[in-house]
Design a binder for this molecule. Sequence first.
Ligand code: ZN
Length: 196
Amino acid sequence: MGRLTEGIQKFQAEVVPGRREQLAALASSQDPKVLIVACADSRVDPSLITQTDPGDIFVIRNAGNVVPPADAANNGSAASIEFAVKALNVEEIIVCGHSDCGAVKGALAPEGLTSLPHVAAWLEHVTPALSGLGEGPSVDAAVEANVLQQIEHLRSFDFIRDAVENRGLVLSGWVYDVGTGAVRVSDGGDFTPISA
Ligand code: ZN
């Protein structure tokens, strides 16, 4: 933990002094325009990828950037999504998958998950994404399909469909390439690169 403590000390000494005004403005309210649902993977950093500041993006992270559907039990993600859409009135929800995603690889090879029962149960929300991919799909194809599957799960919530139809809430998918920093984007169809 020493490295993290040193990081906090460096933050207090070197970063906070230059951001006092910005941080003070956030002390009692937030107004993010975007909700990002990203993977818990240590290599995925939504703020770094998007070069955003505190207050800019509302973020949910879990294994596999999953959105359990509206009828799922114990749906903790639903509370954060509901707050972002109905209380913060975000204008866009982005489901952000990534290359080499362990959760997606686990869903592709569930026989390897016998010692990880919680993971296996969670990845049942990923499995439907794989059904249309044929035999032996690539991880990249499965990652893209999973992003689109989770967008479909977003649409299973009445309040999200309502926000899409009545106030223009946008639902998008991204795939972040860990090794290159590239991002591919989809509005429901094929993924295309966001160029520099
Ligand atoms: Zn992942």
